[in-house]
Design a protein around this ligand. Structure first.
Ligand SMILES: CC(C)(COP(=O)(O)OP(=O)(O)OC[C@H]1O[C@@H](n2cnc3c(N)ncnc32)[C@H](O)[C@@H]1OP(=O)(O)O)[C@@H](O)C(=O)NCCC(=O)NCCS
Length: 156
């Protein structure tokens, strides 16, 4: 079945992302964080749409031809609005995101997540991420940071 999710990239909508972020994350980023994200040249920010309805967001950085590393991306946030969770939309949005990266010849995607964020860890494992490092008690709530990565070029 064709993936019904669309990712729409936005380059100048920091306020709409901030408002969406408040509805998804606790705590959300500040508006200044969002302005910073949008002013970073490598930043790639997407609305997640199903039909014409916004379901969530993805914030990432896509680093092509970096000096020390092959082209790679960092996933900073993926969020689905609460009423639409647990329906497979997060997985479908991640798959779309990976296709975008593949089309740009990105080799790897990295992310960091709290070990206590069980839905997120489950989602990342489901779409093929592996833990390559753990930072003990990294977050203010005492939870560990799981550093995860996935290779992109072998996806279909
Ligand atoms: C993490 C998040 C994006 C997952 O989105 P989602 O659309 O609910 O996820 P999906 O329905 O695609 O589920 C994908 C897999 O994750 C797992 N999963 C999802 N929610 C889960 C939960 N509450 N508990 C355990 N596993 C869960 C399931 O194993 C599912 O696999 P399945 O198809 O075998 O059931 C969503 O919970 C969210 O927006 N959370 C708040 C923001 C956040 O913490 N983002 C991640 C850090 S940036």
């Amino acid at each position: 079945m064709e993936n019904p999710i669309r990712l729409i990239r936005r380059t100048a909508k920091s306020r709409s992302f901030h408002i969406l972020d408040i509805r998804i994350f606790s705590p959300p980023w500040s508006h200044a964080n969002w302005e910073g994200a949008f002013s970073t040249p490598s930043s790639a920010n997407f609305f997640i749409l199903h039909g014409e309805t916004i379901m969530g967001l993805i914030t990432s950085r896509i680093l092509e031809n970096g000096p020390q590393d092959p082209s790679h991306a960092e996933l900073d946030k993926i969020g689905i609005l609460p009423p639409f969770r647990n329906r497979g939309l997060g997985r479908l949005a991640m798959e779309k995101f990976h296709q975008i990266l593949k089309n740009r010849n990105i080799q790897w995607v990295y992310l960091e997540v709290s070990s206590r964020n069980l839905p997120a860890v489950a989602l990342y494992r489901k779409v093929g991420y592996e833990i390559y490092r753990e930072r003990k008690k990294y977050y203010p709530d005492g939870s560990d940071a799981l550093c995860m990565k996935k290779t992109i070029q072998n996806i279909i």
